[in-house]
Ligand binder design. Sequence first.
Ligand code: AMP
Ligand code: ZN
Length: 458
Amino acid sequence: MTSRKHVSKIHLYNTLTRKKEDFSPISTNEVRMYTCGPTVYNYPHIGNYRAYIFADVLKRVLVYNNFKVDHIMNLTDVDDKTIRESQKEKKGLKEFTEFYTQEFLKDVKALHILNPTKFTKATDYIDKMVEIIKKLLSNGLAYKSEDGSVYFSIKKFKNYGKLAQIELENQKENASGRIQTDEYDKDNVQDFALWKAWDEKDGDVFWKTDLGKGRPGWHIECSAMSMANLGEEIDIHTGGVDNIFPHHENEIAQSEGATGKQFVRYWMHNEWVLVDQKKMAKSFNNFYTLRDLIDKGIDPLAYRFWLLMANYRTRVNFVWEAIEAAQTALKRLYSLFLGLGGQTGSVHQEYQNKFTEYLNDDLNTPRALSLLWDVIKDENMSDADKKATILDFDKVFGLGFAELKAESIPENIKLLVEEREQARLDKDFKKSDKLREKINSLGYEIKDTPEGQKVAKL
Ligand code: AMP
Ligand code: ZN
């Protein structure tokens, strides 16, 4: 363990209190964290990936602060959408969701999102879901409807609405009915389905359990997977802001209703990626997939880099020009990094302290990134120390500096460099400047360092 952990406290914005709070986990050195993962029914759009890149950066910051992080991300492989779409394609649910799971995992890798401790599939946790629902039935917070479905009675749970900060009056007015669908908005504050009794539309998707023949509702899935893997009380739960209601509100109701304990200490949510100032969404048909970006020559890491330029709690508007500019800037950073040569020195303590301080302030990635540029430009640092410091920062950024390979310099450029070396030895600076211009015009940059000339691609 290094002393870095004590450089600055971690402050995180908690949606539950609408405040930045001091972060202190339940166990001293370990953080238990859950991320609501994708519904594997099609290709996620790049807006979705903001949720996973945000969770990844958060985890990396915690690890950078020397915490051990136990991280679960679920894969929703049974819900209204997966059933509907698999039927449209005339495929079995398992085969259908497995395909999109594999596609998701490819994107995760391309975006340098570190694998969680475990990816969990909802269909592997039906028993745990049934166990929680039975507890809720026995303590009077849930009831069976005429068709055998089980609903959560929100009026019986006195803290209902604490995360989404729903007005109680509003709740009373609207809470007269039940809602069967997995997704709905605040106009439908109603009793929600924990267990959906089988009906014809579900086809061959059902489980025969103590609750009868049927399938779980979406919300209970995350409560079950979180509790089964991380325990009844955890530190952090993440998702996009549209998960706050109803999904996370319902997770709290079910989990706390069943255990009587505080389910999650810090609820954290990323803001939206917009297109023309409107949320990127499948339903608005204004979305791009990672494949769309790659087809336009955009490196997935340029998208990651673009997101890091904004705080996760600000909305960002997607425009191609901005992504292209981000890609140019990232390539420039890569090239400057490669120009630092092969030696790795030591991490600059002051920069590292500042870096930690910025990130520990609710993940201020824009400031942390500007520090990266400061390191590159610092005239008082050796190239070897710059290299070590950038590699250290990249543990959080995940931009792949360590994997960069110096491109081989073409022979004609090498000859010009040698010629320039000779001109400098002859103190013919006019000639040396001319040769520098020539090298620049061919797309290469030359830097004079105490160790000699260094060449890199512009
Ligand atoms: P879904 O598959 O709809 O459950 O979405 C997966 C994740 O992406 C959730 O955490 C959502 O909150 C998040 N999300 C969806 N749309 C956007 C968007 N336009 N910008 C940022 N996050 C989003
Ligand atoms: Zn979830």
